[in-house]
Design a protein around this ligand. Structure first.
Ligand code: UDP
Ligand code: MG
Length: 318
């Protein structure tokens, strides 16, 4: 029977372990009846500080393993570690906090199996409409920037909650980017993809781990590892302001020569100094961001370290 691997990264989710156990049991019996699939569960402990592993051990049944990372590496890397361990013909990724509804999981499997031409079925959150205008504009700008002049397109609000065929999983783990921005990688690897809308459930257990600042950080990471457009924009702005400065210089020289008009000194100097100083600093910071991506790649550290792999019979050395 073909195997479906479910990859679940978690950080301090002991509160939802019991329900996750029940969720997986239900999934296991339904997919074996309806799709003749067997289930393999790959959990990734992304440096939890609570007794999540113990809780999962108590509530998991069937074929499962828990890859315990040596510390918190972030969800993007944890997912990658899970993909590397997933041996199934299909791989589905879900969150540990049960925000991804059971019915949508089934729908994902159904859609992929029904369409041999498809390689990926991903989900698009449709609850983001109520979000503030400011946030919406920010997210628009982000997607415009990351998709501008690219040969692929990152769909808006498409997350990690998706199912893929094995060849897509192989492609994803062949990309060894150190600073990983999954949404970009999913689009970059290509394949035939289809999106379906869904509304996430309320989260169970703990609170969301994404602060506003962390989201901004992730966006910067996405942009700097996938797009050179910000640098180009700054180059264009630099050339334009330089040209304006030049024209202004010509204008005041002519005025002095032909009309004897005094050049207003201090205010125009202050404007020039602050504007160019600001641009310079902003561009330096931006170059630094790109440099940081380059440095991370050059150091060539492993993407993550495994502390232990837990399996039903006990532990297995990583
Ligand atoms: N998570 C993780 N490592 C982290 C942060 C989160 O593995 O550093 C897991 C978390 O346990 C959950 C999933 O990633 O299973 C999504 O996290 P969260 O629910 O906080 O994000 P949101 O639902 O708000 O997008
Ligand atoms: Mg969540």
């Amino acid at each position: 029977m073909p195997v479906l691997s479910v990859v679940i990264p978690f950080l301090n989710e002991s509160g939802s372990a019991e329900r996750m156990g029940a969720f997986l049991r239900r999934l296991e019996s339904e997919i074996s009846e309806r799709f003749q699939l067997t289930l393999e569960t790959v959990l990734v402990d992304d440096g939890s500080r609570d007794d999540s592993i113990l809780a999962y051990r108590q509530h998991l049944t069937g074929a499962w393993k828990i890859v315990e990372l040596s510390r918190n590496f972030g969800k993007e890397i944890a997912l990658f570690a899970g993909l590397e361990q997933a041996g199934g013909d299909y791989v589905m990724m879900i969150d540990a906090d049960l925000q991804h509804p059971y019915d949508v999981c089934i729908q994902l499997i159904e859609e992929l199996i029904a369409a041999p031409d498809l390689d990926v079925v991903y989900t698009v959150r449709d609850d983001r409409k109520q979000e503030s205008l400011k946030k919406d504009l920010g997210s628009r700008a982000f997607y415009w920037l990351i998709n501008f002049q690219q040969r692929y397109s990152v769909p808006e609000n498409a997350g990690d909650f998706r199912i893929m065929r094995r060849r897509v999983r192989d492609a994803l783990i062949s990309v060894r980017d150190k600073r990983r921005f999954n949404k970009g990688l999913y689009a970059w690897t290509g394949f035939r993809q289809k999106g379906i809308p869904y509304t996430p459930d309320e989260r169970i257990g703990s609170v969301s781990k994404w602060s506003r600042l962390a989201l901004i950080g992730l966006s910067v990471e996405g942009i700097t590892s996938f797009s050179v457009i910000p640098l180009r924009i700054f180059s264009v702005v630099g050339v334009l302001t330089g040209l304006c400065g030049l024209l202004y210089g010509v204008k005041i020289t002519l005025e002095v020569l032909f009309h004897g008009i005094d050049v207003p000194g201090y205010p125009s100097l202050m404007v020039a100094v602050t504007v160019f100083g600001g641009f310079n600093l902003a561009l330096l910071g931006l170059i630094g961001e790109y440099l940081w991506v380059g440095v991370s790649e050059a150091k060539d550290r492993p993407l993550y370290i495994v502390r232990n792999i837990h399996v039903p019979e006990g532990d297995r050395a990583p």
